[in-house]
Ligand binder design. Structure first.
Ligand SMILES: Cc1cc2nc3c(=O)[nH]c(=O)nc-3n(C[C@H](O)[C@H](O)[C@H](O)COP(=O)(O)OP(=O)(O)OC[C@H]3O[C@@H](n4cnc5c(N)ncnc54)[C@H](O)[C@@H]3O)c2cc1C
Length: 537
């Protein structure tokens, strides 16, 4: 669908009048595009970098009610979130899958069991779904033999859901484009255009891939600002004061052999009691997240957020407490990743006490939708599109509008050991074409990962890959899941994708060098080491 020449095709007709321009290609912008297309609005989404390259590829990968929000008494956020979780489990079952969580209770938590039990019970009541149970210490140790037995007083098992954030977004975006929307990556909304009386009426766009940085003024009846943690930058052009508290959250990735968990675990950090998760994901295990104020000075110096040494220490401390017998050290970390939460600033004393509710503001006819969670993207996008429709004098959206296209019948495909369901969840109605495009041996899995080689060919051919990091960090997640950013596989990856991308040998070498540098700076196990002297928050 995003075949060679797709960007030029959109750019060649970009200066037509649009009903709606969306700034930001994260999950919020993608959700708004999906709903805008359903409402038959002529819509263009622009993303300054790669689709999903902001926070929406750096989450904890959970579609969840947020057990920790219950602890903070943010019951409405939890209620809305568990309902959205249930909807996604029904509508996108191969993309969003149930995940069992163990919630062990330790003497040192000083938290009576009835209190944790009440939490999981309220969680289920909000769904509504009765899906939790009490566990004895023996049951917990049977489910997770490496769990710290010292002071373990029992606990609970409950359910949430897990997904691949970048892939979920790409599926929504692709289906929106197939249904008539336009989405451009590497296109920055440089400046808002305004009428004589100051109302927003379009954007000045810059092509971040063209060597001369071509720019064009594009008019739209409505502009939506869905630029996540960068929303205040866009609003500041209207003289509006900052309203976000940008909180950084980091994760560490471990090989499953080093950190072998078959269910997720919720823990409370021994230092400050913050809730954190250990999650089995895509054949690996991730731990996260931290939650700290992000120093704006870092943005001036670095292109992407990264985990500081202190954050890594903090997460390793949590692992030593939970799994002392595993003797994990920083040498076992495969990669790390960090994202910026766009949280509405309410003045809470600590980052984790800030509400995760979303907000919609209309300022000089610019609609900004921000805050919230990945899990609540549908609620956020529906509210946004209804504001757009009200502005255009059109009827409101119906609430049962489909977001995901139904999956095609793939029963005639059974190439073992390939998991058709896994591919179908990610690629939806393109799955049969992906399978047909595979060359010999490309339906084999990549090592221990659930991915197959054919996904690389397909992404290079059809998924708008402009740089090697788009492919290895977001279309497939090899850069996060394999040691050294999957550098040992680059030879075979090159054989598959270089002809599809029509890159010369020189271009390949530049891309490879740039990718490895990006990985080292922002995704390596300890990206902050070697940056001593810089403030670590
Ligand atoms: C560490 C962490 C863990 C999380 N875990 C979870 C979780 O498990 N479950 C959950 O539900 N939520 C989770 N969240 C929250 C969730 O990830 C975010 O709420 C969500 O991804 C935000 O999406 P967004 O589209 O609003 O922002 P983004 O994904 O950041 O998208 C905004 C986009 O706008 C682009 N942009 C900015 N300025 C411009 C411009 N001028 N022109 C064009 N484009 C521009 C950016 O490049 C960016 O790609 C987590 C967040 C963090 C940080």
């Amino acid at each position: 669908m995003w075949r060679k020449g797709w960007r030029e095709h959109i750019w060649s007709a970009i200066d037509q009048p649009w009903d709606l321009i969306i700034i930001g290609g994260g999950i919020t912008g993608a959700g708004v595009l999906r709903q805008a297309v359903a409402a038959r609005l002529k819509t263009l989404l622009v993303e300054a970098n790669d689709f999903a390259s902001g926070t929406s590829s750096r989450s904890s990968k959970l579609i969840h009610g947020g057990f920790r929000y219950l602890r903070n008494k943010q019951i409405n956020v939890t209620k809305e979130s568990v309902r959205e979780r249930e909807w996604m489990l029904r509508e996108a079952p191969d993309l969003v899958t149930p995940l069992s969580f163990l919630l062990p209770n330790f003497e040192r938590y000083h938290s009576p069991s009835w209190k944790l039990g009440l939490g999981v019970m309220i969680y289920d009541l909000l769904a509504p779904k009765w899906n939790h149970r009490k566990c004895s210490p023996a049951k917990l140790l049977e489910a997770c033999p490496f769990l710290n037995a010292g002071g373990l007083v029992g606990g609970f098992q409950y359910y949430d859901a897990v997904m691949d954030d970048a892939r979920l977004l790409l599926r929504i975006l692709r289906e929106a484009v197939q249904a008539g929307g336009a989405a451009l990556s590497y296109t920055r909304a440089e400046r808002l255009l305004r009428t004589g009386d100051g109302q927003v009426c379009g954007v000045l766009l810059r092509d971040n891939l063209s060597p001369d940085g071509r720019m064009v003024e594009v008019k739209a009846k409505v502009v939506v600002n869905a630029s996540g943690a960068w929303s205040d930058e866009v609003r500041s052009q209207l003289g509006q004061p900052a309203r976000l508290r940008r909180l950084r959250g980091s994760h560490l990735v471990f090989g499953r052999a080093k950190l072998p968990v078959s269910q997720a675990l919720t823990l409370f950090h021994p230092r400050d009691g913050r809730a954190m998760f250990v999650i089995p994901w895509e054949g690996a295990t991730i731990i996260g997240t931290t939650d700290i104020d992000h120093d704006p000075a870092l943005d001036k110096k670095y292109l992407e957020p990264f985990a500081s040494e202190e954050e890594i220490r903090y997460m390793m401390e949590a692992l030593s407490f939970m799994f002392p017998s595993l003797g994990l050290s920083e040498k076992d970390i495969v990669s790390s990743f960090s994202g910026l939460r766009p949280v509405i600033h309410t003045g809470a004393a600590t980052p984790s006490k800030e509400s995760r509710a979303h907000a919609l503001w209309e300022e000089n006819e610019l609609i900004t939708i921000t805050g919230g969670k990945y899990t609540t993207f549908r609620v956020m996008s529906r509210q946004t599109i209804n504001s757009v429709l009200a502005r255009l004098g059109k009827p409101q959206m119906v609430t049962h509008q489909r977001i995901f296209d139904p999956l095609p019948d793939l029963s005639s495909f059974s190439p073992e050991p390939l998991s058709i369901a896994y591919l179908a969840g990610r690629h939806g109605n393109e799955t049969a074409r992906l399978l047909a495009a595979a060359k010999q041996g490309e339906l084999e899995p990549i090592g221990q990962l659930p991915n197959v080689w054919a996904e690389l060919r397909w992404a290079a051919r059809e998924e708008g890959v402009e740089h090697l990091d788009d492919l290895l960090l977001r279309r497939v997640r090899l850069g996060l899941l394999l040691p050294l950013g999957a550098s040992e596989l680059l030879g075979r990856i090159r054989t598959i994708v270089q002809p599809e991308l029509e890159w010369s040998d020189e271009r390949w070498q530049q891309e490879e060098a740039a990718y490895l540098q990006t990985w080292q700076k922002y995704y390596s196990p300890t990206p902050d080491s070697g940056r001593r002297g810089l403030r670590s928050n």
